[in-house]
Design a protein around this ligand. Structure first.
Ligand code: GDP
Ligand code: MG
Length: 439
């Protein structure tokens, strides 16, 4: 999924101007990619229409090239497609709240049961009871008991001879008696969806009336995960999905389709084998992952958040026309500060690390304050035209700012270099004309 999209994105990214034809091409690629990922045809169609509408009709934001703008729209719509962020877990009117974990064998049910219990305790100060209702393999019970020990949490088990329904019922009685506010039932899985399994799960469901039924699916299984989700949802009407093994190099097409097919939110993401490796599912991060360009996108976002776009444009113009002054420099420094370490920002720019003279831009916080002090000690005239700063002026500026002449010299040099760099960078970003990132 990611490959094709990325090619198109690469092509469109650097463009200063995006034509309707570009948008068409882009949406065609997106459409194919989604269809390839088995996303429901209607969903794809809706999605594409939305993108077209927004990308073509929209006023172009000043700090973004139209290419970036299209990508931004695609990303936002991908995010929407996967649903908002929904890591909330139901709370029963009368405790305990019952959560049933279902899914195929090896998907990560047992592990996620432990992770979820850990999260509930840590984030919400809850006191869950874990229930071993996978009676077909003794090892499954041991596995849950081991997790319980690690977490220092009780595990309810009646061995392998009592039916899962009975186990679940008794567990809930015990939870009430011992004032557990959550009960998490770890059920059995099979290698494939089969009717015996569904029958068993349905019985448990009807008996305990769980507040949540979480389907655990392995993200690595790709499109199979989608079919599995569809079957489980048909039979059990699941309330949420946990997507595991996202720490692997899976692409996440499954995430798109699962939400579209089941219309239930993906609530959590398994990010590793440890008990702490469970996170709220972030549709937005997943969209970035699918687009395969997280860094560029977060840079766009940062720039959007922190830079006054109009002003940035004016500054850029000034820089190019060489009328950029130390006053402007001061102002920009303020904006750069809001964005975080300059180094990080430059690191996000594709190709920026290949630029010569990068080192000179690695200004740290303390240095920034020194630089500010030096500039503030300059006269208005000097700030506008640094070329008049001769030796005696340098001495005065150094004294006024509490720095030394060498530092003043360095700043003057950096200032000139910065001007040069900015020019290079904007040229890189925009090709020959168009707009680029501003600092
Ligand atoms: P179950 O059969 O559904 O109960 O699956 P398990 O909980 O026993 O998990 C099967 C395997 O997947 C185990 O080796 C787990 O450590 C591993 N696993 C579960 N969740 C994750 C995850 O999010 N990331 C990784 N890397 N491994 C996971
Ligand atoms: Mg298990």
């Amino acid at each position: 999924l990611a490959d094709r999209l990325q090619n198109t994105i690469q092509r469109i990214k650097g463009k200063g101007k995006v034509t309707e034809q570009d948008v068409k091409e882009m949406t065609r690629e997106v459409r194919l990619a989604l269809l390839e990922a088995d996303v429901n045809f209607k969903v794809v169609k809706q999605f594409i229409n939305k993108i077209k509408e927004r990308a073509v009709g929209q006023e172009i934001m000043e700090s973004l090239t139209p290419g970036q703008q299209v990508i931004k729209v695609v990303k936002e719509e991908l995010t929407n497609l996967m649903g908002g962020e929904q890591s909330k877990i139901a709370v029963a009117d009368r405790p305990p709240t019952v959560i049933m974990m279902v899914g195929l064998q090896g998907a990560g049910k047992t592990t996620t049961t432990g992770k979820l219990a850990n999260l509930l305790r840590k984030k919400q100060n809850r006191n869950p009871l874990l229930v071993a209702a996978d009676i077909y393999r003794p090892a499954a019970i041991n596995q849950l008991q081991t997790l319980g020990k690690q977490l220092n949490m009780p595990v309810f088990s009646l061995g392998t001879e009592v039916s899962p329904v009975e186990i679940a019922n008794q567990a809930i009685e015990q939870a009430k008696a011992e004032h557990h506010d959550y009960v998490i039932i770890d059920t059995a899985g099979r290698l494939h969806v089969d009717s015996d399994l569904m029958e068993e799960l349905t019985q448990i469901k009807e008996n305990v009336k769980p507040d949540e039924i979480f389907l655990v699916v392995d993200a690595m299984t790709g499109q199979d995960a989608v079919n599995v989700a569809e079957s489980f949802n048909e039979q059990l009407d699941i309330t949420g999905v946990v997507l595991t093994k996202l720490d692997g190099d899976t692409r996440g097409g499954a995430a798109l389709s699962i939400k579209a097919v089941t219309d239930t939110p993906i609530k959590f993401a398994g990010m590793g084998e440890k008990l702490t490796d469970l996170e709220a599912f972030h549709p937005e991060r997943m969209a970035s992952r699918i687009l395969g360009m997280g860094d560029v996108l977060s840079l766009i976002e940062k720039a959007q958040e922190n830079v006054d776009e109009k002003r940035a444009k004016e500054l850029e113009e000034k820089m190019r026309s060489a009328s950029f002054t130390f006053d402007d420099f001061l102002e920009q420094m303020g904006q750069v500060r809001n964005m975080g370490p300059l180094e990080d920002l430059l690191g996000m720019l594709p190709g920026a690390n290949k630029m010569k003279g990068m080192k000179n831009l690695q200004i740290d916080e303390k240095q920034l304050s020194h630089v500010e002090a030096i500039i503030q000690s300059m006269t208005k005239k000097e700030r506008v035209d640094p070329s008049i700063i001769n030796a005696s002026r340098k001495k005065r500026i150094a004294q006024g700012s509490g720095r030394n002449v060498a530092e003043v010299n360095r700043l003057l040099k950096q200032f000139n270099e910065m001007k040069k760099m900015m020019k290079q960078m904007t040229n890189m970003q925009k090709g020959k004309k168009g707009k680029g990132f501003k600092f």
